[in-house]
Design a protein around this ligand. Sequence first.
Ligand SMILES: [Zn+2]
Length: 285
Amino acid sequence: MLISGKEIMQHAYENGYAIPAFNFANMENLQAIIQGAEEMNSPVIIQTSQGAIDYAGAEYLADIGLGAAHRANIPVVLHLDHGQKYEYCLKAIRLGWTSVMIDASQDTFSENVSKVKEIVKVARPLDIYVEAEIGIIGGKEDDLVSDKEIYTEVKDAVNFQRETMCDSLAIAVGTAHGVYKGEVKIDFTRIKEIRALLPVPLVLHGSSGVPLDMVTKAVHSGITKVNFDTELKLANLDALQRFLKENPGVYDIRKMFKPCRLAMKEVVKAKIAACMSTDKSWIIS
Ligand SMILES: [Zn+2]
């Protein structure tokens, strides 16, 4: 079933586990996420970036995303990931997304605050959950590129949430978007410090490539939502390359994408286990 972000995020926040969030851009991608979450009996956030919307069209993604959510036997949130433009956020809300991220983290503190406040003002009466970001997460996601990485300051996180009244907050604590270069280092102490002072759930972005035990440690430290994207793409690519190599001449896209969907589903299940959201779908009945 489709639900607002509030219900599952609050339950996870209070009970020490995290809601896994996976990006989708096509049907196989989406089916892998929903099937994986159903097999794990876990609530799940399916999310689309602005890039996915540009690729597939917002209306089309709404059709398949909402259709999948309504048919699923687990709680599903449809979320806009890294909405950088007001227009994308509003369009998503109008088309049925139940949660949006307004990401103005590359702007100054005060510009970020005012952009988030604008979305919160529209979203709150409509029961749409709002995620914001403070600090700069390194790496590349869609056309969002950061050469630098600026860890979130504890006092900034507290002031920012107090001023914007956002529902959840993405923080920069060492993870990176895209494919990791070098060793993963996460500032778990910073997560704990922010969590201790902040009254809303914290979100970890760029979690592909983070070893599963570190994901779990981040959740134990106070993370309530974990975003995964790149690893699903890599699983898809790997399965597709293997299939094409082993089956030259096959042109049936169903045969081609079946192993891809299966490979993505296995990644989804492993991430769900690391988030400790297995068997938590009962919270909404
Ligand atoms: Zn992100």
